[in-house]
Design a protein around this ligand. Structure first.
Ligand code: G4P
Ligand code: NA
Ligand code: NA
Length: 197
């Protein structure tokens, strides 16, 4: 997605060879027009021959783009929670997500009320790195007995193995921008031109 790649080039801050800060439009401050455009792009890609009844993401940074995508499809957005809510009791699907950055395992939960075997679920997330969060969401879709329509990712760090892992497992992964290299020294961000599907 051209608009997104330009925004990343203009505002992305390379923190290291593996971490890109994009808090001016995605992770802290949010760009509404860009977020609407991302939802339209995901809709264009995934509406072709695919049935979608729910969009599923994980709090917090997946929610904005998850919402604009759900709006295009005219379906609800469900976001997995990272903290157990008091009102959620035991009626939840639970999945463990390992974070390489934090080196800890966290549980994510989704209420059983909001996903069922009748659902066709499109997973949306802001970043794809090692794929742990995405796999946690897949596990929740599977626990619900629902079908997985695909996974839409805003920024895929293609130099980490999440994308390959998920595609090898047979999932339909579509990323709006694929970064193949972050050059910290030269402050250069390299994209893959032909987006892998
Ligand atoms: P890892 O595989 O690279 O270790 O990442 P991990 O799954 O532990 O994800 C930790 C958090 O960092 C996630 O957000 C993930 O989306 C985000 N993330 C991973 N790589 C990058 C990156 O290069 N840049 C930015 N900006 N974020 C990255 P989270 O903790 O779930 O936070 P939230 O923003 O969704 O609340
Ligand atoms: Na994030
Ligand atoms: Na995220």
């Amino acid at each position: 997605m051209k608009l997104l790649k330009e925004k990343i080039q203009q505002e992305g801050i390379i923190l290291s060879e593996s971490v890109l800060k994009v808090d001016s439009f995605l992770n802290h401050q949010i760009d509404p027009d860009l977020t609407v455009a991302m939802g339209k792009d995901f809709y264009q890609h995934f509406s072709k021959g695919k049935k979608v009844t729910k969009v599923l993401t994980i709090e917090s940074s997946g929610i904005a783009v998850g919402l604009t995508t759900a709006l295009e499809f005219g379906v609800p957005l469900v976001f997995a929670r990272k903290k157990k809510s008091l009102t959620m009791n035991n009626e939840v699907f639970v999945s463990k997500v390992y974070s390489f950055t934090k080196q800890e395992t966290n549980e994510i939960t989704v209420s059983k009320k909001f996903l069922s075997a009748d659902d066709h679920v499109l997973i949306i997330d802001d970043f794809l790195a090692n794929g742990e969060a995405a796999l946690g969401l897949v596990s929740i879709v599977q626990q619900a007995g629902a079908s997985l329509a695909g996974m839409g990712i805003v920024i895929e760090k293609a130099f980490q193995d999440g994308g390959q892992k998920l595609r090898n497992a047979g999932f339909h992964v579509y990323s709006l921008a694929q970064i193949i290299r972050l050059d910290h020294e030269k402050k250069k961000i390299e994209f893959r031109e032909e987006a892998l599907v």
